[in-house]
Design a protein around this ligand. Structure first.
Ligand code: AP5
Length: 212
């Protein structure tokens, strides 16, 4: 069976953009913990109400909550998944190994980039909630301003994509990423890619990482 893919990287590095490309080219199932949480908020579920403030601040949601959400939405069996936005700390790495993957092989792809460029990238991001398309006013503008090319729906600016929250999300990333990278490096399953290149060039690197 193909290894499970784990996309690691700071907010705005292009994990969601490349996950969509991987799904289209390789047929993986995409699971984004951020999307699952945003769905809960959109439904105004009890969980959504609980996590809304945490996400608006850019802090991490409790590990156990994330694990329950993942287990409710993915069943490894013989399915190959892309984990996007999980694990976020070393405790989640351990939960992923023991409670989700349970021995299934995995490969971690780290989207490496100078964090300074990310604030601009994220502030120019617009998303289409229904189609899941991800736009950027500079690098991937929609054909009609404010509308999704695929569904025609209105594009939105994520609530946590404001500068203050993005700065906190980057701080959270900086304080949690080192032991995660160390873990996958020691395991021999870490591939680092240069995420500062164009989205097309990054996908060439991602393809090589998936095929190797
Ligand atoms: P989440 O939704 O996971 O957000 P994130 O990790 O901060 O990542 P983003 O979605 O911001 O960025 P991305 O890397 O997917 O970039 P994208 O492809 O969109 O998490 C949100 C929140 O949920 C967290 O803060 C936390 O509160 C909570 N949460 C989620 N998971 C959790 C967990 N496991 N544990 C605890 N809490 C959790 O690209 C960004 C922009 O750049 C787009 O406009 C795109 O068009 C553009 N772009 C992409 N690639 C390129 C390129 N190569 N060149 C130029 N522009 C590009």
């Amino acid at each position: 069976m193909r290894p499970q893919l784990i996309l690691l990287g700071a907010p705005g590095t292009g994990k969601g953009t490349q996950a969509k490309n991987i799904v289209e080219s390789f047929g993986y199932n995409h699971i984004s913990t951020g999307d699952l949480l945003r769905n809960e908020i959109a439904k105004d579920s009890e969980l959504g109400q609980k996590v809304k403030g945490i996400m608006d601040r850019g802090d991490l949601v409790n590990d156990q909550v994330i694990l329950e959400l993942l287990n409710a939405n993915c069943d490894i069996g013989d399915t190959a998944y892309i984990f996007d936005g999980f694990p976020r700390n070393i405790e989640q790495v351990k939960l992923l190994e023991t409670e989700v993957l349970k021995g299934s092989a995995s490969r971690a792809i780290f989207f490496d980039i100078d964090l300074e460029v990310l604030i601009e990238r994220i502030s120019n991001r617009r998303i289409a909630p229904k189609s899941g398309e991800i736009y950027n006013l500079i690098s991937r503008p929609p054909k009609v301003p404010g509308k999704c090319d695929i569904s025609g729906e209105d594009l939105i600016h994520r609530k946590d994509d404001n500068e203050e929250t993005v700065r906190n999300r980057l701080e959270v990333f900086k304080s949690t990423i080192a032991p995660i990278l160390e873990y996958y490096e020691e395991k021999g399953s870490l591939v680092r890619i240069d995420a500062s290149k164009s989205a097309v060039e990054v996908f060439t690197l991602v393809e090589a990482a998936v095929n190797n």
